[in-house]
Design a protein around this ligand. Sequence first.
Ligand code: SF4
Length: 383
Amino acid sequence: MIVTGCLGARTGAGGANLVSELHPSVLAVTGPHAAAEVVQHVHAHLPRPHDPFVDLVPEAGIKLTPRHYAYLKISEGCNHRCAFCIIPSMRGDLVSRPIGEVIREAGALFDAGVRELLVISQDTSAYGVDLRYRTDFVDGRPVRTRMIELAEELGRLAARYDAWVRLHYVYPYPHVDAVLPLMAEGRILPYLDVPFQHAHPDVLKRMRRPASGERNIERIEAWRRICPDLTIRSTFIAGFPGETESEFEHLLDFLREAELDRVGCFAYSPVEGATANALPNPVPADEREDRRRRLMQLQAGISQRRLRRWVGRSMRVLVEGLDEGEDGAVAVGRTAMDAPEIDGVVRFTGRGRLPIGDFVDVRITGSDEHDLHGEMAARARAA
Ligand code: SF4
């Protein structure tokens, strides 16, 4: 017998599940709205007949990333209507996955050997808004479908597997401040991918950006006070229609002051169907490209300064493979500061065999514009 429903979420006098305490012979107990969990228990006690079509698919599904990291999609679509973007017209409004389902997938991925989960969506901070932060069940515990609870649950799960959790596409809404303590405590990686896109309030208004407050510098300073090792990544658009030279200079001043760790910049490019195409005073293509180049040039110096502070320190590194350079092969890995494919790497000399997906401790001996260099100190202890 499997028991499901509201009573299944209650705790008994002994601190365990009420129904399990009273009826120890019950096979499984779940809270309400836990259809997938019930089916899981049914299959555990009554295995499905062999089906060659689906039985060959691993528990974690089929993923296109290497075995040691995986993307975890928590929602689809977006409630915003940024003028340069056509995602909402293609994918519709925000639809969040219930938190129980997301955590189950995360568990299956960790079970399959994943050492780093990258949380993705169109707007991670808005997770659960469409569900009104509805309560779902994780291991029989009631948990709200909301960004902070998601970060807590993923951090708890990752600790069991000695793995990393990294958040992407976080808009700087006020409630985001609540995840910083989790980062400072090492429960999720101290890494925030915040797509600011611009800094001038008039450009942000024309872009129709969400959370485009003018207090972003203060927010960044407050985040760094809570979590001094925080890495902030962001992307920007140079040459958005109507962007004046002084608005662009304002953006450069923001970058000088904010000293972001990782920055990507695109020259504005009109996408078919985007409302921004109808805006007056488009910036000529060569000027857009020139502004992109100026921004990246400025950021290269900032990035170099930011990376220098790690020299002499020891960092936990996830091994990615070997880099065959002119002077022979060196090991390559990523730190908490480096999301795969978009950020930098650490090149380091090591000892013995270094399996991809292992954690090692690396003493940082040098840095350049985007990458670090070091030597392996030891196999890493548990995070
Ligand atoms: S760019 Fe704007 S509209 Fe497009 S997905 Fe991001 S927040 Fe939504």
